[in-house]
Design a protein around this ligand. Structure first.
Ligand SMILES: Cc1ncc(COP(=O)(O)O)c(C=O)c1O
Length: 410
């Protein structure tokens, strides 16, 4: 069979939705400067779907820095991978600043978090090792696991008994040159709950392992100083390798890992997706430095983010919505229903109320469940929040129709 013909018969778990809802439910185009108010299909919408948590993306000073950096360096430099011809003083300075921010001795920049963490996992473990990860891990961890040569096992989400079972099993099979790597997340991006980092770290007393934490959503948003989930939970020293991305609170591309120097030195020479790929362009690096500096200088942005999160969440709960007990700004609203319901809610919110929310249904979440995920930003105002709550009030008959019908049928 011709390969391309075959592709039509297996569109993949999301394929059906990407073709039917293209441009609306999938690949929508939010236009205008990044912020709480943008344009969708030519209409003004209040946006709850972008991860610019601290509203730095369109900060006037940052826009100026971006412009000047692009003018000074262009978008090409430096050419080549870091290892060959793509290094610069700016890249190295950013690494020092990141390490300082997250209280680790050294950091290594990654071009994209996704590929970066895949390669980090791949590089860290070999065929004698054991890799144990949380079942709700982000796709990049799952893909990193596919590349890794180690023996892999999964533990139930945030379930310490399940993790301990896997640790015990691995410890029992270890050879003298075997090691264990445990991977989890600081914040689980769909549900907003935090990894049980403190409890996981406590297991180091009983089992010999190293811990890698993907803190994509926690970096910049959690902890008194924004240094992430480890700080928030009072256990950041127990995180052996900390991963943060610029794709959320820094509103940029790029990412990093931070750890002790011998680990960073090893990763510099062994993360294949970085060694064989062009390094981050200068304007990105220059802008990342300035953004990190601003984030550190403006803790009130984090306070505002949390204030907005609290107002949004309380408002939704008061309206009768089932808001999952998230411990991060991620605000997940769960309801029973079908894919059609998820689409109706999104359409109704966008077309009738000027509110842009994203929802997922099966196969992203279990069948019969609709998850609307709202991402508050520091830049949201009380008016944005009220407008959104009014819309959620107005769509209640639609949202709860399937639930009410199910109850009536019982
Ligand atoms: C938990 C988590 N890890 C990793 C990534 C990938 O990071 P990046 O966008 O920098 O590739 C994301 C998404 O951005 C994420 O949500």
């Amino acid at each position: 069979m011709d390969l391309f013909d075959k592709l039509e018969s297996r569109p993949g778990p999301l394929g059906e939705f990407t073709s039917d809802g293209y441009g609306y439910y999938t690949f929508p185009k939010l236009e205008g400067p990044i912020g709480p108010e943008m344009k969708f299909n030519g209409n003004d919408v209040v946006v709850w779907s972008v991860n610019d948590y601290l509203s730095v993306g369109n900060h006037p000073h940052i826009r100026e820095v971006d412009k000047n950096a692009a003018e000074k360096y262009g978008l090409s430099a430096p050419m080549g991978a870091r290892l060959m011809t793509g290094n610069s003083d700016e890249h190295e300075a950013l690494e020092r600043e990141l390490a300082d921010f997250v209280h680790k001795p050294e950091a290594l920049l990654l071009n994209y978090g996704y590929q970066g963490i895949m390669s980090v996992i791949h590089a860290l473990v070999d065929r004698n090792d054991f890799l144990i990860y949380d079942e709700l891990s982000h796709a990049c961890i799952v893909d990193g696991k596919q590349l890794a040569m180690a023996e892999k096992s999964v533990f139930k989400h945030n379930n310490l008994e399940s993790l301990e079972k896997q640790l015990k099993r691995a410890s029992g099979k270890m050879k003298p040159n075997s090691s264990i790597l445990v991977v989890t997340e600081g914040v689980f991006g769909m549900t907003g709950d935090l990894g049980k980092l403190k409890e996981i770290i406590a297991l180091k007393e009983k089992y010999p392992f190293r811990l890698l934490v993907d803190d994509a959503h926690g970096f910049g948003t959690l902890g008194e100083d924004g240094s992430g989930a480890g700080t928030q939970l009072g256990c950041h020293e127990g995180i052996d390798i900390y991963f943060g991305t610029f794709a959320k609170a820094v509103a940029l591309i790029g990412a990093f890992v931070a750890a002790e120097p011998r680990v960073i030195e090893f990763l510099k020479a062994n993360t294949r997706s970085q060694i064989f790929a062009k390094s981050l362009p200068m304007p990105i690096v220059v802008s990342a430095r300035e953004r990190i500096k601003l984030i550190r200088q403006n803790p009130q942005w984090r306070d505002q983010l949390w204030e907005n999160t609290r107002k949004l969440r309380t408002g939704l709960i008061d309206l009768g919505y089932n808001v999952l007990p998230s411990e991060s700004p991620v605000t997940p609203v769960l309801t029973e229903g079908s894919t059609e319901l998820a689409q109706t809610i999104m359409r109704e919110m966008r077309e009738e109320h000027g509110i842009f929310v994203s929802g997922v249904a099966y196969p992203v979440v279990p069948k019969g469940v609709v998850l609307l995920r709202l991402i508050p930003m520091a830049g949201h105002t009380d008016e944005h929040i009220q407008k959104t709550l009014n819309a959620f009030e107005a769509i209640k008959p639609i949202v709860f129709k399937e639930v009410d019908e199910a109850v009536t049928a019982e």
